[in-house]
Design a protein around this ligand. Structure first.
Ligand SMILES: NC(=O)C1=CN([C@@H]2O[C@H](COP(=O)(O)OP(=O)(O)OC[C@H]3O[C@@H](n4cnc5c(N)ncnc54)[C@H](O)[C@@H]3O)[C@@H](O)[C@H]2O)C=CC1
Ligand SMILES: O=C([O-])CC(=O)C(=O)O
Length: 332
């Protein structure tokens, strides 16, 4: 067994963390041979609730979990961490867009960027879950200049998982038979779920998802809209935003980042854009990436048709607007 690593989860007394902490502690993310010490950050008001979470983690009796540090102090929470799940922030309510949360949440990511910069390991890998996740991740990275910007990512894995599930359901296949669906752009209703490069395993053969589905109109309309609006649909049903599926997606994202992707497989992550595929630079844009030795690379050379071009441009434009708004809020 290796030495324990330190992993921070913010918003540790909240809904998503309630599912996520168990997955991390039992080895779903860093593997069955990697002991860990969990740092749990929440706000002072939530310290009583957090104490209950700490009790439950102890009561899970998980051998890999070597310590738990509950705190309301970012300096303690981010000290020497190798991985950071930035969940803590306000969720949206019915009728809101995620960008409506910018004024409530973006300052949190400035403060946490500064704390990561001062206290975390320089190779810390950061996943921003709190909405609006892409722009929060960008701001966090800007306030942590001593940590490479490629170490800051935003979560679009839930959208990817939703998209895979929609295609699997349409074809009556197990969800594990669908891969390489792409989420481009913002984790918002302008995101572009793109199945044009997706593949499915069916009857022992690998097929393009579009050849198996044989309905391009569905793939460009119902499929896209269902995935774009899935978060809002869950809120309407549960009166609370997705939590179990968000926790699973956060675990998937970080597991793949640490462990890598299989040859030929790609996954979607919000990363600081280098302008690939004609997207705006210096916004956190979700791309298909492949991951090796802990480093992600944007998958290059995919065909972008006229429909895709329009979708990429629209979501890129929204990200540029969000960035301007965020800078305005922080400067105010
Ligand atoms: N990127 C994605 O795919 C998804 C993102 N989300 C977002 O994740 C965030 C958390 O959602 P839930 O866990 O359901 O919310 P929640 O309200 O149940 O929990 C949030 C927790 O964060 C804490 N918190 C607030 N400010 C904090 C700060 N400065 N430092 C540390 N903790 C702080 C709160 O006290 C609360 O305990 C929301 O912004 C939500 O919109 C949710 C689902 C999917
Ligand atoms: O919709 C929301 O506000 C929560 C979220 O990000 C999602 O479920 O995708």
């Amino acid at each position: 067994m290796s030495e324990p690593i330190r992993v921070v989860v913010t918003g540790a007394a909240g809904q998503i963390a309630y599912s996520l902490l168990y997955m991390i502690a039992k080895g779903d993310v860093f593997g069955p041979n990697q002991p860990l010490i969990l740092h749990l950050l929440d706000i002072p008001l939530m310290m009583g609730v957090l104490e209950g979470v700490v009790m439950e983690l102890a009561d899970c009796a998980i051998p890999l979990l070597r310590g738990v540090v509950p705190t309301d102090d970012p300096a303690v929470a981010f000290k020497d961490v190798s991985a950071a799940f930035l969940v803590g922030s306000m969720p949206r309510k019915q009728g809101m867009e995620r960008k409506d949360l910018l004024s409530a949440n973006v300052r949190i990511f400035k403060v946490q960027g500064e704390a990561l910069d001062k206290h975390a390991k320089k190779d810390v890998r950061v996943l921003v879950v709190g909405n609006p996740a892409n722009t929060n991740a960008l701001i966090c990275s800007k306030y942590a200049p001593s940590i490479p910007s490629e170490n800051f990512t935003a979560m679009t894995r839930l959208d990817q998982n939703r998209a895979q599930a929609q295609i699997a359901a349409r074809l009556g296949l197990p969800v594990g038979n669908v891969s390489n669906v792409i989420i481009w752009g913002n984790h918002s209703s302008t995101q572009y779920p793109d199945a044009s490069h997706a593949v499915v395993q069916t009857d022992g053969k690998q097929l393009k998802a579009s050849d198996a589905i044989k309905d391009d109109n569905w793939l460009r309309s119902v499929f896209v809209e269902t995935v774009q609006k899935r978060g809002a649909t869950v809120i309407a049903a549960r009166q609370m935003s997705s939590a179990m599926s968000a926790a699973k997606a956060a675990a998937d994202h970080m597991r793949d980042w640490f462990n890598g992707t299989a040859p030929g497989q790609f996954v979607s992550m919000g990363v600081v854009s280098d302008g690939s595929y004609g997207t705006p630079k210096d916004v956190v844009f979700s791309f298909p990436v492949s991951i090796k030795n802990g480093k992600w690379e944007i998958v290059q050379g995919l065909t972008i048709d006229d429909f895709s071009r329009k979708m990429l441009d629209a979501t890129g434009k929204e990200l540029e607007e969000e960035k301007t708004d965020a800078v305005g809020i922080i400067g105010a």
